[in-house]
Design a protein around this ligand. Structure first.
Ligand SMILES: [Zn+2]
Length: 467
């Protein structure tokens, strides 16, 4: 009797973070993405629980892209005994080498800060993992092409990686399970990019598949009509006129590069005055180098910009703070300026130190350029809460807030449908993942209406048969 193959959902089910999907056949276990849960306590507590499956028993991990909500659990997983290969694209490997050690440092700094300021419930507070764990994890990376060529993952499982257009290296992954019967295929959309996003190319059309997992971050929303470049122009001009500070919490990888690229374009086109731009993220500078180096992923516009200037990823008055001291010094600077700092949802990192100063400043503006998950400081401020807790202190929010929706690195629901229209045939079963409950439900409804598919919204821990 043949063993049944299954797919189970251990993250990004009913939420956007913690992506982890486990494929089990009679002969192998492969995990697709190994992300950290972010957001409220209940979600973050899952990072601390024992893994829901034995880490040592997993044969291989496949990574769709480098964002921490897709990779940030790996060092913990390795710490729990995982020793197999981790397959990813070259761009993803570049970025993981930057992101994972940084994630570990943030975990260590956070534990240290809590211990020093005695704001921990557990004494002493421990990091989820250390930089050493992150380094051990990076040794397991196996770079594979993302041009659709089949790659052998383990005994009976192959995978094909294709550009997903979300961030550098991001891939949609088709997993093929070979066995005694007909092979079965499962397509993981990963995080799907917008069309015409700056710097990197558009999502490749999806290949045919039996089972489809589709992300739904923006399943219930469409992006703003105002193009992000125009929104930035308006906000920066305004800040220059009022001599005030603009704080943009941004992912150091992807979003920070897009912001800098668009500000540079606005400066070159003389649409905004040149004011200091502070990229306060040691990691963003490294990520910028990776973006600049991976020419094979650049879109046509970026290739053109590169012909005009060797440094399209620098503004005309830009500083990057590399040390903590430098960052603190910049914090006390005055006058019109733009500060770009991570993390993008204000749930950790240097942006919190800026937040302490900027949020109570009624002259200042905080600009949200990315998705703000429920429970994060970014979400609270974006939702208009007037009192928030930052690094253990209650502070008043008096600054103005802006949201630039069009900046998202995620396709909205209409763009997801546009992408899926490229499928050569209907899948047998469709699973909507990577969305909060409301947006996953809305995406499922859109797909039923447009394609008449059988669509399911799996719950955390749910298991589906792949027969
Ligand atoms: Zn992502």
């Amino acid at each position: 009797m043949r063993a049944m193959s299954t797919l189970s959902f251990w993250g990004a089910a009913g939420t956007v973070t913690g992506s982890k999907y486990l494929i089990e056949t009679g002969r192998a276990r492969v995990l697709i993405d190994c992300g950290l849960f972010q957001g409220g306590h209940d979600l973050r507590d899952r990072n601390w629980q024992e893994p829901p499956f034995n880490a040592a028993s997993v044969d291989a991990v496949i990574i769709t892209h480098a964002h921490i909500d897709h990779t940030g659990y790996l060092p913990r997983f390795v710490n729990h005994g995982f020793r197999g290969p981790v397959y990813c694209s070259a761009g993803t490997a570049d970025l993981m080498k930057i992101l994972l050690p940084d994630s570990a440092r943030l975990q260590e700094e956070d534990a240290d800060y809590r211990n020093r300021h005695k704001i921990t419930k557990h004494l002493p507070a421990l990091p989820l993992y250390t930089e050493q764990d992150a380094r051990e994890t990076l040794k397991l990376l196996q770079v594979v092409p993302n041009n659709g060529a089949p790659v052998r993952v383990v005994k009976n499982i192959e995978a094909e990686f294709r550009i997903a257009g979300h961030i550098l290296g991001s891939s949609q992954v088709l997993v093929r399970i070979n066995g005694d019967q007909e092979p079965r295929t499962v397509l993981f959309s990963g995080d799907l990019g917008k069309y015409d996003q700056p710097i990197i190319g558009d999502p490749e059309p999806p290949p045919a598949c039996d089972y489809l997992l589709i992300e739904s971050t923006y399943g219930d929303r469409l992006h703003d009509i105002e193009p992000p470049k125009e929104a930035l122009e308006r906000i920066i001009k305004n800040a220059a006129a009022r001599n005030s500070v603009v704080l943009i919490p941004a992912f150091a990888v992807g979003r920070a590069q897009e912001l800098v690229y668009l500000i540079r374009e606005l400066e070159d086109e003389k649409r905004i005055p040149i004011i200091p731009v502070i990229l306060d993220s040691p990691m963003a500078a490294l990520a910028t180098q990776a973006y600049a180096a991976r020419k094979e992923e650049h879109d046509e516009d970026y290739a053109q910009a590169l012909k005009r200037s060797p440094t399209p990823l620098r503004t005309h008055s830009m500083t990057t703070a590399s040390s903590r001291e430098e960052s603190k010094r910049l914090n006390s600077a005055q006058g019109a300026r733009v500060i770009i700092s991570a993390s993008g949802m204000m749930n950790g990192g240097r942006v919190l130190h800026h937040a302490l100063r900027v949020l109570p400043d009624e002259n200042a503006t905080v600009v949200f350029v990315g998705y703000q998950a429920a429970g994060t400081l970014g979400r609270r401020v974006a939702d208009g809460e007037k009192q928030v807790k930052v690094l253990g202190q209650w502070i008043s929010v008096r600054c103005a807030t802006e949201k630039i929706g069009g900046f998202s690195a995620h396709a909205d629901w209409k763009e997801v449908i546009r992408w899926l229209e490229g499928l050569p045939a209907s899948p047998k079963r469709v699973f909507v993942t990577h969305g909060e409950v409301g947006s996953a439900g809305a995406m499922a409804a859109h797909l039923r209406e447009r394609f008449n598919w059988q669509v399911e919204v799996p719950q955390y821990g749910e298991k589906a048969s792949l027969e």
